[in-house]
Design a protein. Structure first.
Length: 138
């Protein structure tokens, strides 16, 4: 239960951090007008960012259990992307063709992140196997 609470808190924290970071970068690059969209909607947009980050980060708890990695990845993607799309559409962040683009970018992004983790795990496996091989020689 403690693990689940930690992942929930991490998701909420990342949502808040990313929301603030995106708006700071937006103001630095585009000027103060970048945050005009927040007028009268700050709480709604903040909550949306937190919910979306929570939907992507919280399912990561699956990888800490001994379950099939492909199944965990599929469930993680469905919960993360599904939560993102439901939140974004219901809050008016996405409309029409933007939904298809968001889904496409989510698929590409999720695949790239998965690939990076896969390659890192493969590298770690090689190191562990080399250590085991050296121990068996002694």
């Amino acid at each position: 239960m403690r693990k689940i609470i930690e992942y929930a808190k991490t998701g909420i924290a990342w949502g808040a951090v990313l929301f603030v970071t995106v708006n700071i970068i937006g103001v630095l690059l585009a000027g103060n007008g970048f945050t005009d969209y927040l007028q009268g909607h700050f709480i709604r947009y903040s909550a949306g960012a937190i919910i979306i980050a929570f939907c992507y980060i919280f399912p990561s708890v699956l990888y800490t259990y001994d379950i099939n990695t492909v199944l965990a990845t599929a469930v993680h993607f469905i919960i993360g992307t599904g939560g993102f799309l439901i939140t974004a559409v219901s809050m008016g962040f996405l409309m029409g063709k933007q939904i298809i683009w968001a889904l496409t970018l989510s698929i590409i992004g999720f695949f790239l992140i998965w690939l990076l983790f896969y390659l890192e795990s493969k590298k770690d496996d090689k190191k562990i196997n080399a250590k085991l091989k050296n121990k068996s020689r002694k």
